[in-house]
Design a protein around this ligand. Structure first.
Ligand code: NAD
Ligand code: TDX
Length: 339
């Protein structure tokens, strides 16, 4: 079985690569990654020399390169993690989000049509459903919830999902889609809430909470997401969307306070800054379908997962200190300098 993992040098893609190397050592894994600011080849060091792993540097939106890869490698299964993934960057400059997330997906789908695959899996997000109000805790996103996007990022992900559905129906491509809630864990780029707050707290820098910090996200430990994708590849039904989440809703402010407490830092570091434009209030997944159909349940509690994550960032300061220099510094200045 030859698996093409796109975006494997990023947060979830690298965790998925490690998960599959361990769980399915008989598989051959190929990682295709453009190594944008969010991709880090050093992350893949543990698997780099292994005989069943190959890294290819390239852009999913580069038709010639992608078709050459398919011609040479003939993957059986494609899992597409490659994306521009940060909402704030999409608000600043949507163009690259359409290019990678929509056009890139189309190129991958065309290559699958041309060469044939056993499965194409699209890694999507709960953000395609828009948001839920804070005063209706009884509401959740199901697979039937209409798409209703807020940011250029979520609009690009929803567009890609629609394209996948169209290729499934029109060309009979064997496609599955998963829509997961917010992930956290090792190797997450420090622009995202949890690693950003850990890195800033350790440096005694302000902790920039958007608005009043009351927005709710449904957090899932990254390994549980990887396990769900593996199950969908094995037993999922073609043409089906699977929502992935673990009923773990937290307010942003409570997460930031928990990080302060764990690192023994004062809450006075918390700084309320101008809210994100179009900021989604609440995400909450109803995971009952994937549970019923595939038997998936998350294994990591938030209490355990957040402690493991904070420990990982403490033990791997080299990994993120290298990242928080260069391009990230100028991004940080632009995003937070005058907020
Ligand atoms: P990430 O930003 O950490 O990693 C993205 C990876 O894709 C990087 O390695 C980057 O170099 C690569 N990439 C970007 N553009 C590319 C291109 N044109 N060609 C090839 N590679 C390219 O993102 P992540 O958080 O790991 O997210 C992975 C996927 O999961 C994304 O599709 C995202 O929409 C989805 N998702 C993320 C979350 C979350 O909480 N992080 C939740 C649900 C869904
Ligand atoms: O500095 C910050 N301060 C702050 O208050 C940052 C970076 C974020 N926030 C808030 C905004 C959100 O309400 O924290 C919450 C989480 O923000 P992000 O980490 O940027 O994640 P989010 O916007 O929820 O999107 C994430 O989950 C769904 C991923 O980045 C997406 O790729 C995924 O699809």
């Amino acid at each position: 079985m030859k698996l093409l993992i796109t975006g494997g040098a990023g947060f979830i893609g690298s965790n998925f690569t490690f998960y599959m190397m361990e769980k399915r050592p008989e598989y051959e894994l190929i990682c295709l990654d453009k190594l944008t600011y969010a991709g880090n080849l050093a992350t893949l060091t543990p698997v780099m020399g292994q005989s069943n792993f190959k890294f290819i540097w390239g852009d999913i939106a580069d038709r010639t390169a992608v078709f050459e890869l398919f011609e040479g490698e003939r993957p059986d299964v494609v899992v597409n993690f490659a994306a521009e993934s940060h909402v704030d960057r999409s608000i600043e400059d949507p163009g690259i989000f359409l290019q990678t997330n929509v056009m890139g997906t189309q190129v991958l789908l065309d290559a699958c049509r041309e060469y044939g695959v056993g499965r194409y899996h699209q890694v999507s997000t709960d953000e395609v459903y828009g948001d839920l109000p804070l005063d209706r805790p009884d509401l959740f996103f199901t697979e039937q919830t209409p798409l209703h996007t807020s940011s250029p990022y979520s609009a690009s992900k929803a567009s890609a999902d629609l394209l996948c559905n169209a290729y499934q129906r029109t060309y009979n491509l064997p496609i599955t889609i998963s829509r997961c809630s917010n992930n956290y864990g090792p190797y997450q780029f420090p622009e995202k809430l949890i690693p950003l707050m850990i890195a800033n707290a350790l440096a005694d820098k302000p902790l920039p909470v958007y608005g009043q910090g009351l927005n709710v996200r449904d957090w899932l430990y990254v390994e549980d997401h990887c396990a769900a994708i593996d199950l969908i590849l094995e037993k999922g039904r073609v043409g089906q969307v699977y929502n992935i989440g673990g009923h773990n809703e937290m307010r942003n402010i409570d997460i930031v306070k928990l990080i302060c407490k764990t690192l023994d830092k004062p809450e006075s570091l918390i700084t309320y800054v101008t809210d994100r434009k179009g900021h989604d209030m609440r995400y909450a997944i109803d995971p009952s379908f994937i549970h019923k159909e595939l038997g998936w349940l998350p294994e990591t509690t938030f209490e355990d997962g957040i402690q493991r994550t904070i420990r990982w960032y403490l033990d791997n300061q080299n990994w993120w200190e290298e990242i928080v220099s260069g391009e990230y510094q100028s991004y940080y200045e632009r995003m937070y300098g005058n907020r």
